[in-house]
Structures are given as structure tokens and as C-alpha cells.
Design a protein. Structure first.
Lengths: 143, 110
């Protein structure tokens, strides 16, 4: 299925808010009446914000000349957002649990954890520079 | 400016109007640290008008809370809606902060 939306951003965190709203607005046009629309409002916003922030700051090393690609695909069953950076990749398999007592007071390390808890599926490509966020749809049944 | 700062007796109330995210967390940090430097010790962050908070926003609250505590004060949180409260519960940060239902409750119980 062709993506509903594709765009690129420079690695500038000031651009994250607008990018998130652009994706959410496109989703809402399509799934406004679904029971899970509230999950788009919060869960997708936060998770996408995390993915963009990771891509810009860690993937692309905050180098503004490097870009982040965002793809949104909406199928009958899910909203799928893919965020890809130009970096060397990220070791997504070794992310410490930020909720342990020793990690709780740390100011960082919650991004990937939140993505995984807020969405139905989070997957990375082998290189680790592209994350796919999947939120299942729950269409309202018409009688 | 996504933060409105008001004084209510000894309490510095900071309203987050918009999102608390990677793009503006430094502004909140600056506001609190500046007030801490000039002697304020009791902070109440009001989230009644907040959209969402990302992990950077949560992180800055953790870091500021620690700094305020080191100076003998407290940074409390008020008026988290259900969605925002879920973020604190998922990350177990609800165990780290005093969270009150409203600004009024936060000012009354200080």
C-alpha cells in the first residue's frame, strides 16, 4: 500500500511539534470516528515525538544538514509511521529499563520505553536507523 | 512562551500551556533554576492546559525535582489529565512526585 504521507525534516528539534501535528491531522481526517481516536491524540503523538527526537539527536547527531524521513501509511487495520535517519544505526536491543529504582532518577532513557508501551508494535530495521511505529485501528461497527 | 509563572505566597506556580517537549524543556529548566537561585523553594507545575509531555519533558521534571530537593524545597505537579497521568504511571514517575488533582489543591495543601 502506498504511503498516505511522506516528508523530510532537517535535524532540528524545533520542527518536531509541527511534524507530529501534520501526521496526527492526517490520521484524524481518516479515523475521526473510531473509538481509538484518543490513542492517536496521545499515544501516537508522544511515540512519534520520541522517534523524531531520537532520529535527530542520536541518529543524525543533531547535524542539521542531515535529514529525517517520515512516512505515514494507514491501512484498514493500522496506522503505521516510519521514521528514518541518516545515522549509522542504534542498538535498540540493549535499552535499559528506566523504571528500575536505580534508573528512576535519571533524566533520560525513557524514549524507546515509552514508544514500546504506548504503541501496539515498535520495530527497527537491521541497521537500526529506521523505526516503524504501529498503532492498531479499532473501527466503530455500523449496525 | 509556553510557561506562565505566577507567585502565590511562598509557592511559585508554573503553568505549562502547550506541550512540554524536547524543543522547550530548556526554557522550563531556566525558569525554575533562576527562581531557585533567587530563593524560591516551593514549586507547583500546573498541567491543566498541557497537550502532551515527551520523555525529555519527563526528564527535565526529574532533574529539576532533584535540584529543588537538594535545596530543601519541593517541586509538585498538579492537574494531570488521564493521558498525562498514564505517562507518569507507565514510567513509575508517579512514585517520585507529589501529584495533586488541581492547582487549588496544591496551593491549599502546601
Amino acid at each position: 500500500m502506498d504511503p498516505e504521507l511522506i516528508f523530510h525534516l532537517p535535524s532540528d528539534v524545533l520542527r518536531i511539534e509541527d511534524a507530529v501535528e501534520k501526521v496526527v491531522a492526517r490520521c484524524h481526517r481518516i479515523i475521526e470516528l473510531e473509538r481509538r481516536a484518543s490513542r492517536v491524540r496521545m499515544n501516537l503523538r508522544v511515540a512519534l515525538s520520541e522517534a523524531l527526537s531520537n532520529a535527530m539527536l542520536y541518529g543524525n547527531g543533531a547535524d542539521r544538514s542531515k535529514r529525517v524521513r517520515v512516512e505515514l501509511t494507514i491501512t484498514a487495520k493500522a496506522i503505521i509511521t516510519r521514521v528514518t535517519d541518516e545515522g549509522p544505526g542504534f542498538d535498540y536491543e540493549h535499552v535499559p529499563d528506566p523504571t528500575t529504582p536505580e534508573s528512576l532518577l535519571k533524566p533520560d532513557g525513557r524514549g524507546i520505553f515509552l514508544m514500546r508501551r504506548l504503541l501496539d508494535e515498535v520495530s527497527f530495521n537491521d541497521r537500526g536507523n529506521s523505526v516503524t511505529l504501529l498503532l492498531r485501528r479499532d473501527p466503530v461497527r455500523r449496525e | 512562551m509556553p510557561f506562565i509563572v505566577e507567585q502565590s505566597g511562598a509557592i511559585t506556580v508554573i503553568s505549562v500551556t502547550g506541550h512540554l517537549i524536547v524543543a522547550n524543556r530548556q526554557e522550563l529548566k531556566h525558569v525554575v533554576l533562576e527562581r531557585l537561585r533567587t530563593g524560591d523553594r516551593e514549586f507547583l507545575v500546573d498541567f491543566a492546559e498541557t497537550g502532551y509531555i515527551d520523555s525529555s519533558g519527563l526528564g527535565v521534571l526529574v532533574s529539576l525535582s532533584k535540584k529543588v530537593r537538594e535545596q530543601g524545597g519541593e517541586l509538585r505537579l498538579a492537574a494531570l489529565n488521564e493521558d498525562l497521568r498514564t505517562l507518569f504511571q507507565l514510567t513509575k514517575l508517579d512514585t517520585l512526585f507529589t501529584i495533586v488533582d488541581s492547582r487549588e489543591e496544591g496551593l491549599r495543601d502546601s
